[in-house]
Design a protein around this ligand. Structure first.
Ligand SMILES: C[S@@+](CC[C@H](N)C(=O)[O-])C[C@H]1O[C@@H](n2cnc3c(N)ncnc32)[C@H](O)[C@@H]1O
Length: 442
């Protein structure tokens, strides 16, 4: 028999069991047991916190938030409740309150690495990248051996375009665990971003030995060995955008002056001034095209490979449906003559080769329908398709125009934009294509 000192009190034991039920997905018995615990200890803040987990697991974000607030009301200043509530608020775009709570939790529990991880996450989810980096840097100083914090910091730095700062942390990790997969991937991405192909090839080689069947690794291996894949595998896309989703709008629109979805939405409304059309938004991301369009008299269907980007888009309540698939599959599988309009903003830079895209877009448009998309610019003395060091594809405008006309589009118009958005403090040039499917013969 264990000693009384090592036996948890009955309530602690009951709450541990309820947590186990929640983790196993047995929500009904968990709810019953929680009700009993609530009656037994109505003023114990741990009870609503387990209630929060239950609501979270049931997908009830509002209920989870209410439960976390109750826990905090019962135990003001309890850092666990503060950070849990902060995480929930950050997910619901209530960043200001979330970050305030995270600060309080950090002040109250400066030696708790879990609170530090939570706070970094809160800032990241709230789109406050600089705060997330500041906390992660502080976390690395305070908890140098907690790999999770160091890797989080390195990922944030890569996402913020600071590969050489990230590399220092990946190298530290590599010196401790030489075959750690995420570290090798990080080192590879830093070398790629820094334009150091020899190093990148070396990391890709090591990764391929560890993960010979991994599409992402194969892709990087090909690139670093001088080949140009004609499209990015889905794993590359999701690895970028699942991480980027929470801060995408703030970082891109405010930080990098990204205006393409607005330009595309305006072009679309010029084609359909009565707002009567059904739209397929390929690579919808966080739904900015829908946001700039506002309500239309028709459906907007979003397609995206990143579930996290779709989650952000769904919040606007403007899209009727989403398909979590590759745009190439959506284009291939959608029946003919289906939509009045298709948009694809800042997506073909990841798709690359347009030969399967443009004819299928024509096929699935209704007669007279419009395809509007954006590309990054390859100059006329470059190849038709170029993979930039940013790992995005640039297209030559004349080649894109030719593909559209050859597929059967008419009124193909190219609008050159000197600045699609900023990149490394420089304007990134591109163009918007508007193409129309011919009206049906009468
Ligand atoms: C830069 S974001 C642009 C999002 C949105 N169109 C906008 O302009 O705000 C690119 C989006 O395309 C998605 N994407 C890239 N390649 C894709 C593919 N092959 N299939 C589906 N989605 C893709 C990414 O997940 C991401 O959400």
């Amino acid at each position: 028999m264990s000693s009384p000192a090592s036996t948890p009190d009955p309530l602690t034991h009951a709450l541990q069991q309820i947590r186990g039920l929640i983790e196993a997905g047995q929500l009904q018995p968990a709810a019953q047991a929680l009700n009993a615990a609530q009656k037994q200890a109505p003023l114990d803040a741990r009870v609503p916190l387990v209630g929060m987990r239950l609501a979270q697991r049931a997908g009830n974000l509002a209920g989870a938030t209410q439960a976390a607030r109750r826990a905090l009301a019962l135990a003001p200043g309890w850092h666990v409740a503060q950070i849990e509530l902060a995480l929930l608020l950050a997910q619901q775009k209530q960043g200001e309150e979330a970050v305030q709570l995270a600060m309080q939790a950090l002040a109250g529990a400066p030696k708790d690495a879990q609170v530090m991880v939570g706070a970094i996450n809160v800032a990241h989810l709230s789109g406050q990248s600089e705060q997330a980096v500041a906390w992660a840097e502080d976390g690395v100083r305070r908890f140098p051996e907690v790999a999770g914090i160091r890797l989080f910091l390195a990922r944030l730095l890569v996402a913020l375009g600071r590969p050489s700062d990230a590399q220092v942390h990946y190298e530290y990790m590599h010196s401790r665990v030489p075959e750690h997969e995420e570290t090798l991937r990080g080192l590879l991405s830093c070398a790629v971003r820094a334009g150091d192909n020899d190093k990148a090839a070396q990391w890709a080689e090591q990764l391929l030995t560890l993960k010979p069947d991994d599409a992402l690794v194969q892709y990087w291996h090909a690139i670093t060995h001088g080949q140009m894949p004609t499209t990015q595998p889905p794993e590359v896309v999701t690895s970028i955008f699942d991480d980027y989703a929470p801060s995408f709008d703030l970082h891109l629109v405010r930080g990098l002056k990204y205006q393409t979805p607005k330009v595309v939405a305006d072009a679309l409304l010029a084609c359909f001034p009565d707002r009567k059309f059904n739209l397929l938004d390929l690579g919808c991301g966080t739904g900015l095209v829908g946001v700039y369009l506002g309500r239309i008299d028709g459906h907007i269907i979003g397609v995206d490979l990143s579930e996290k980007m779709i989650e952000q888009a769904a919040r606007h309540g403007i899209y009727s449906r989403f398909h979590h698939i590759n745009v190439l599959d959506a284009l291939r599988e959608t029946p003919a003559d289906h939509y009045e309009a298709i948009t694809c903003t800042d997506v073909l830079v990841y798709v690359g080769d347009l030969t399967p895209v443009i004819p299928n877009a024509l096929r699935i448009l209704k007669a007279g329908g419009h395809f509007i998309f954006s590309c990054e610019l390859a100059t006329e003395d470059e190849a038709d398709l170029v993979l930039r060091p940013s790992q995005r594809y640039a297209h030559k405008a004349s080649a894109v125009e030719r593909l559209c006309r050859e597929a059967g589009f008419v009124d193909v118009q190219i609008e050159h934009l000197p600045t699609l958005r900023m990149e490394n403090n420089q304007p990134l040039p591109g163009f918007i294509v508007t193409a129309r499917k011919p009206a049906a013969a009468v």
